[in-house]
Design a protein around this ligand. Structure first.
Ligand SMILES: NC(=O)c1ccc[n+]([C@@H]2O[C@H](COP(=O)([O-])OP(=O)(O)OC[C@H]3O[C@@H](n4cnc5c(N)ncnc54)[C@H](OP(=O)(O)O)[C@@H]3O)[C@@H](O)[C@H]2O)c1
Length: 184
C-alpha cells in the first residue's frame, strides 16, 4: 500500500524549437554531439539512478509503437498504453487502456504508483495538460533546431503557469528543465 502522494511528470526530449520528432521519424538528432565544458557527465550510473525512481510509465499508442520499433527502453517497469485499438504485447509489464483519461489516472494509476511518468507523445501531452492531470514538466533540450516535425506543445489551448524547480546542464550540451505546474 503506497503512502506518498502521487506525482505525474510529463517528460520528453525536445529540440530548442519545440519539436519532439522529425517528420521522417529519425531519432539521431536526440544524441547531442555538442560539448559544454561546465556541464555534468551523463553517466550510466546517473541514468540508472534516475530511472530507478520511476514507478510506471503512461504513453500514447504511437509512442509505444515507436519504442517497440526502436528498442524497448522501459525495462520491466509497468507501462500503460492509451489506445482505442485492440493492441497486444508479449511483455507482462505492458497494459493497454482506453476510456476516460482522468478516471484512468485517479482509479488505476494514482492509487498504486507514486512517481508516474507520462512520456509522450504530443497528443497525450495535450490531453494531460488540458485536463489538468500533470503535476510537473521535465524537458531535455537538445542543442538543435529541427525546423519542422511534431510539436511538444501542440496548441494546448489554455494558458498554464509554471514554476521553475531546477535546471541541469550536461557535457553534451543537453539542458534539462524541470517545472512544476501551478494549479489554479
Ligand atoms: N522526443 C521525445 O522524447 C518523444 C517522446 C515520445 C514520443 N515521441 C514521438 O512522438 C510521436 C508520437 O506522438 P503522437 O502525438 O503522434 O502520438 P501519441 O500521443 O504517442 O499517441 C496518440 C495515440 O494515443 C491514443 N490515445 C490518445 N489519447 C487517448 C485516450 N484518451 N484514450 C485512448 N487512446 C488515446 C490514440 O491511439 P489509437 O489511435 O491507437 O486509438 C492516439 O492515436 C512519435 O514520432 C514518437 O517517436 C518523441
Amino acid at each position: 500500500m503506497k503512502t506518498e502522494k502521487s506525482k505525474i511528470t510529463i517528460h520528453m526530449v525536445s529540440s530548442l524549437d519545440g519539436f519532439i520528432a522529425k517528420k521522417d521519424g529519425s531519432v539521431s538528432w536526440m544524441h547531442s554531439k555538442d560539448t559544454y565544458e561546465k556541464g555534468i557527465e551523463l553517466t550510466k550510473e546517473y541514468i540508472a539512478k534516475f530511472l530507478k525512481s520511476i514507478d510506471c510509465y503512461i504513453m500514447g499508442s504511437k509512442t509505444y509503437e515507436h519504442a517497440v520499433e526502436l528498442g524497448w527502453p522501459y525495462g520491466n517497469v509497468p507501462v500503460f498504453v492509451l489506445t482505442k485499438r485492440n493492441m497486444k504485447s508479449n511483455r507482462k509489464n505492458v497494459q493497454f487502456l482506453s476510456g476516460d483519461l482522468a478516471e484512468i489516472v485517479s482509479n488505476t494509476l494514482k492509487p498504486k504508483y507514486n512517481n508516474i511518468w507520462m512520456v509522450g507523445g504530443s497528443m497525450l501531452t495535450k490531453e494531460f495538460l488540458r485536463l489538468g492531470l500533470a503535476d510537473e514538466i521535465n524537458i531535455s533540450i537538445i542543442p538543435t533546431l529541427l525546423g519542422n516535425g511534431k510539436l511538444f506543445f501542440d496548441f494546448i489551448g489554455r494558458e498554464i503557469l509554471l514554476h521553475l524547480k531546477d535546471t541541469t546542464s550536461f557535457k553534451d550540451g543537453m539542458v534539462e528543465l524541470e517545472y512544476e505546474i501551478k494549479k489554479e
